[in-house]
Design a protein around this ligand. Structure first.
Ligand code: MOS
Length: 693
């Protein structure tokens, strides 16, 4: 692939073009779009984890302001039950605690909430199972893991290689259920009028929600419009439609001509917006006396929901990370009466690389090798999985640059030696990786306006990442014009088709479409176009993925302080060094990287959704009980990157950066905790009790 762009805007740290609107309250989020005479919805949620609704008593709820009460008996019928999670109010079945079983539509949110609280639901309760145990006999082997990876892989003879290895590691690591908590809760305004369904939705994919909800409601996609110009975070939880979308659509269909507003409460988000599945991961490593891996096995047990399967791809990074001639990976599911797990920033890589990179640290200790040197010795020349050449693997460069910046050379490899007053001090390192995806299907149009600006249209999503700005920069360079001459339109399914802001694929996919449209525009209309000149282009298939292995890499460094008496853990310093192709906008990119690393810090020390299996209920389902790292937890955190341009990824030479920042961050912290204390914590989060034992 040739480099189509002469980077003039790309690479510059432009401020967010929508930033001023955001701080002035002029950038509407889903719930804030002005609509006339809105109604408000509040759901009734199941109080059992499994069973049937046998009666719903709405008799006491007919007070002024209540417009309608929807139940499975009177709700409009949906058309497709292919996705059972979205089959809302269509039957009496209860599949998980907190499932929507009724909803009140009222003139104010207060009336809706009060009325919903007075709806009486009678259940026939059945025995449920909400406990993830790896030893259960009925684990299921999924056909594929998310989104379409092989469930198991095998290369060579792992058992034989382990049996003869000079050094062996065999440990089990666990990561808990975790929940996405974007600042903006999931919210939808739904309006059914003139045979058209309009959703103002907080989503990572306007076109995805349109397609899904059209199918669920039995509508032509052209009858559905999804509007989402600004989104306050998503991390994957807004990457697909969830039950609140279906419920909002049902409500709109029930009160034609009137918009219905539905914002999930923070507590409701812990039920219906997906979560990172808990994992139990056994890792076995075999190496020769020099630390060269001879065998690598990564076997995962995790949970899914009976109502819909989601199988996280937890072990896939282990397939490509290191050169081990004998490898195996596997995924097994406990199918439970729980809400449906889904995407959370780097699903698969995040929990998988926690386990794998702590295991590698254990191997380094067992071999008496520096953990950076161990990784360098096992760096594969080509992708061990596919055999293809890397489009640009520079993990070693990241490790070395990080070591230099972090001051790794003064580190004593022995644990528990350094002290600052009452605090034990340690440092740790871990690798990071994330695939580079370009999803086919995105389309862009470019039209020259009478204001002598180029209107660039694509239904992309900016979920806080900086896509508004980065796409403007890409369009400017592709057209060879100043950024001021570009007027971008995104966040609307009436715009040309755009794939999801997920899998760190957004800029790669949408940017490719914009570059293609700009190239076509210049070819047809030259550099002095007349008003109204217009061109479009579609990305029908991803570029180089058939010839090269496209992955980004990084090195994560952390310093931790552990209080000798209380076990309190602080992370005063984090550094990430990334190899992620060309960086479109250093300002927003840095924000993405350190945002991911902060989420990794949060994962390492705080985040855990505590499931009370007796009730099938996450008991700490709010921001008081579910601790997320805040400013006070984050000290000196920095992210840098190698100056790169990937000639195989896309016309911009970039590889996507939304997710890699979290990958490996928790492992670096866990490895630093070991270095500080000599205690190996293999179960996240690393809380004081675990280092005091
Ligand atoms: Mo990301 S979890 O692919 O939205």
């Amino acid at each position: 692939m040739t480099d189509l762009l002469e980077p003039r805007a790309i690479g510059r740290p432009l401020e967010r073009i929508e930033g001023r609107d955001k701080v002035r309250g002029l950038a509407p989020y889903a719930y804030e779009h002005p609509v006339s005479d809105p109604l408000y919805l509040h759901p009734v949620q199941a109080t059992i984890a499994r069973g049937r609704v046998v009666a719903i008593d709405t008799g006491g709820v007919a007070f002024p302001g209540v417009v309608a009460i929807l139940t499975h008996e009177n709700a409009p019928r949906l058309a497709s039950d292919e996705n059972r999670e979205l089959w809302v109010l269509q039957s009496d079945e209860v599949h998980y605690r907190g499932q929507f079983v009724a909803a009140v539509i009222a003139e104010t949110p207060e009336i809706a909430r009060e009325a919903a609280g007075q709806v009486r639901v009678e259940y026939e309760q059945q025995a449920h199972d909400a406990e993830l145990r790896p030893d259960r006999p009925d684990l299921v082997r999924p056909d594929k893991v998310n989104p379409s990876f092989d469930t198991d892989t095998q290369e060579g003879d792992v058992e034989a290689a382990l049996a003869t290895a000079a050094v062996r590691i065999d440990q089990t690591y666990t990561t808990p259920m975790e929940h996405n908590n974007p600042m903006e809760p999931h919210a939808t305004i739904a309006l059914w009028a003139d045979d058209r369904l309009v959703l103002w939705d907080s989503t990572q994919s306007a076109h995805g929600v349109r397609k899904t909800m059209a199918a669920v409601c039995g509508l032509d996609p052209a009858q559905v419009r999804v509007i989402s110009p600004h989104v306050g975070g998503g991390f994957g939880s807004k990457g697909t439609a969830h039950p609140h979308n279906a419920l909002a659509c049902l409500a709109a269909l029930a009160v034609p001509g009137q918009p219905v507003k539905f914002a999930l409460s923070r507590q409701q988000m812990f039920v219906v917006a997906g979560y990172r599945t808990p994992t139990v991961q056994r890792i076995r490593l075999g190496a020769d006396a020099d630390g060269r891996l001879t065998a690598l096995a990564h076997d995962v047990v995790e949970q899914t929901s009976k109502v819909k399967e989601f199988a996280e791809q937890t072990a896939v990074a282990s397939r490509i990370m290191y050169a081990a001639p004998n490898r195996r990976t596997s995924h097994r599911l406990a199918v439970l009466d729980v809400p449906v797990p889904s995407w959370m920033r780097a699903p698969g890589e995040t929990p998988g690389m926690f386990a794998a990179e702590v295991a590698l640290d254990e191997l380094a200790v067992a071999c008496g090798l520096d953990p950076i040197e161990l990784r360098i010795r096992n760096d594969p020349e080509s992708d061990p999985e596919s055999g293809r050449p890397w489009s640009g693997r520079n993990l070693v460069g990241c490790l070395k640059e990080g070591a230099r910046r972090f001051g790794w050379d003064v580190r004593d490899p022995k644990p528990g030696l350094r002290r600052l007053g009452d605090w034990l001090v340690g440092t740790g390192v871990a690798s990071s990786t994330y695939p580079c995806y370009v999803f086919p299907g995105s389309k862009a149009t470019i039209q020259y306006g009478t204001d002598q600006r180029y209107v660039v249209r694509i239904g992309a999503a900016d979920i806080g990442t900086g896509a508004w700005t980065a796409l403007t920069q890409i369009a400017a360079d592709a057209l060879g014009c100043p950024v001021e001459a570009v007027r971008l339109e995104i966040g609307d399914s009436d715009l040309p088709m755009a794939t999801v802001a997920g899998g760190s694929s957004g800029i790669s996919s949408w940017g490719s479409a914009i570059v293609a449209a700009a190239t076509a525009f210049r070819e047809r209309h030259g550099t002095d176009p007349g008003p109204g000149a217009r061109e479009d282009a579609e990305i029908t298939q991803p570029p180089a993925s058939r010839t090269h292995a496209l992955h980004s890499f990084g090195a994560q460094f952390a310093e931790v302080h552990v209080h000798a008496d209380t076990g309190e853990i602080r992370v005063p310093r984090m550094l990430g060094v990334f190899s992620a192709g060309r960086i479109i906008n250093p300002r927003t990119a840095r924000s993405q990287f350190i945002g991911g690393m902060t989420m990794g810090l949060s994962m390492a020390l705080h985040e855990e959704s505590v499931m009370d299996a007796r009730f099938g209920h996450v008991i700490n389902h709010d921001l008081a009980g579910y601790h997320i790292a805040v400013n006070a937890d984050v000290k000196d955190i920095d992210a840098v990157w190698l100056d790169e341009h990937d000639p195989h990824s896309n016309p911009m030479g970039s590889r996507g950066i939304g997710e890699i920042g979290i990958v490996g961050a928790a492992a670096a912290i866990a490895n630093a905790v070991w270095h500080a204390t000599g205690i190996r914590v293999r179960d996240l989060p690393i809380t004081p009790d675990k280092v005091l034992s």
